[in-house]
Ligand binder design. Structure first.
Ligand SMILES: [Zn+2]
Length: 412
């Protein structure tokens, strides 16, 4: 059979997804497998067994990531790496991460069953602790700060203890590092976790990049005083000022075309008494887009508005940047391979950014990286209601397979 006619076995993959979802299963139909929990370890052990069954040589790196490798025809070629993560958020869904790992194993099985000889080695990865800050891929990319080892993860274990639990060695994390140029490419299949594909009527999302995020802390300062004895005209109410700004953020963010998003997610009111005029409000602002210059322009508009509001309400305002996550563009060759694969399979693809963080952004620092999305029903994710239709799951895995076959020819 010609390579372009090879398809994955959908039922086998769907059965694996159902089986993995039993590890840490919740009564609501989701999974609870936070990083370094007993369920997290159990899921990884099953994944390792499935990798072995797929004919892959299994290795746990010192960071606790699991890799399964199939050698290529060219022993000096760097590997094509595919995969995702099997840890979940607390009370999460069955697809986030798990789909990408099991899809990668299914691709490896299909390659073996069809007797396809790839030029590059093929590596399947199950990254550890994606949900707690992309920890496993950060270590691989050399972007992890050792101080963070002492932090407690949601499971209650520290990152250090968790790495040891998964079979890693926290005292030798540098051994897990992969240097720039040491991989031919990285491709991750993931659920979209939003409604863009559903709305566009598309089967496959070609991820153009992972958005950058800038965060600020905004403080309005007024005068706290008695809610009964201070006439309305004499007030300097920090919450009235903050409320106006909060309502202006969506207006400003949508004032120019594009897919940028902006959010005020937290607001603290001081002193916080029912009978006290708020003297101070601290709120968070985050803005996301693939283009940080655009984020900068939006922020300038919000900043101008904040000062105008402060002047009008007799308060003062300060806007302090807290941190920035740089955007991470995906590689054009990988985007093209995903789009080509979808077209060959008769599927509709749609180019889009990823608004969420993924391991691909760390892998992008060591080689060409990309992602493909499959639709999430109603855009729901990080929830037991998270769902992707069977046919979308199988389509996504066939696109992953076809893209890997093309990348094996086009990547160096
Ligand atoms: Zn994920």
């Amino acid at each position: 059979m010609h390579e372009s006619n090879v398809r994955v076995r959908g039922e086998r993959l769907l059965a694996d997804l159902a089986a993995l979802a039993r590890i840490g299963a919740t009564p609501e139909g989701g999974v609870n497998r936070p990083a370094y929990s007993d369920a997290d370890l159990e899921a990884r052990q099953i994944v390792r067994a499935w990798m072995r069954d797929a004919g892959l040589a299994v290795r746990v790196d010192t960071a606790g990531n699991t890799f399964g490798r199939r050698e290529g025809a060219d022993s000096s070629a760097p590997p094509i790496v595919i995969g995702s993560h099997t840890d979940s958020v607390p009370q999460g869904g069955r697809f986030d991460g798990a789909l990408g790992v099991l899809a990668a194993i299914e691709v490896a099985r299909t390659v073996r069953d069809a007797g396809i000889r790839l030029t590059h080695p093929l590596e399947v990865v199950d990254f550890q602790n994606e949900e707690g800050g992309l920890v496993g891929s950060k270590i691989v990319a050399g972007r992890f700060e050792r101080d963070a080892l002492a932090l407690k993860a949601t499971s209650g274990r520290t990152i250090e203890a968790g790495i040891a639990l998964l079979g890693g060695d926290p005292s030798r994390l540098d051994d897990a590092r992969r240097l720039p140029g040491s991989i031919a490419g990285y491709l991750e299949l993931h659920i979209e976790q939003g409604r863009v594909l559903e709305r566009a009527g598309a089967d496959i999302g070609v991820v153009e990049g992972l958005v950058g995020i800038r965060y600020w802390e905004v403080t309005f300062t007024g005068v706290a005083s008695h809610a009964g004895t201070t006439p309305m005209a004499d007030r300097h109410d920090a919450l009235v000022a903050a409320a106006r700004l909060v309502s202006m953020v969506p207006a400003i963010v949508t004032s120019t075309p594009g897919r940028q998003v902006g959010t005020v997610g937290r607001l603290a009111v001081f002193p916080g008494g029912a009978n006290v005029i708020p003297g101070k409000v601290v709120l968070t602002l985050e803005l996301r887009d693939l283009d940080l210059a655009k984020v900068g322009e939006l922020f300038s508009a919000i900043e101008r508005e904040a000062h105008a509001i402060a002047a009008a309400t007799g308060t003062t305002v300060s806007l302090e940047p807290t941190h920035t996550n740089d955007p991470s563009p995906t590689d054009p060759i990988i985007q093209q391979a995903v789009a080509n694969a979808a077209r060959t399979l008769g599927l509709r693809s749609h180019a889009m950014p990823s608004g969420a963080g993924h391991d691909a952004q760390n892998m992008a620092t060591i080689g060409p990286a990309g992602m493909l999305f499959v639709p999430s029903v109603n855009g729901i994710s990080h929830s037991p209601l998270e769902r992707t239709e069977d046919h979308d799951v199988v389509n996504g895995v066939n696109v992953l397979l076809a893209a890997v076959l093309e990348l094996d020819r086009t990547l160096s």
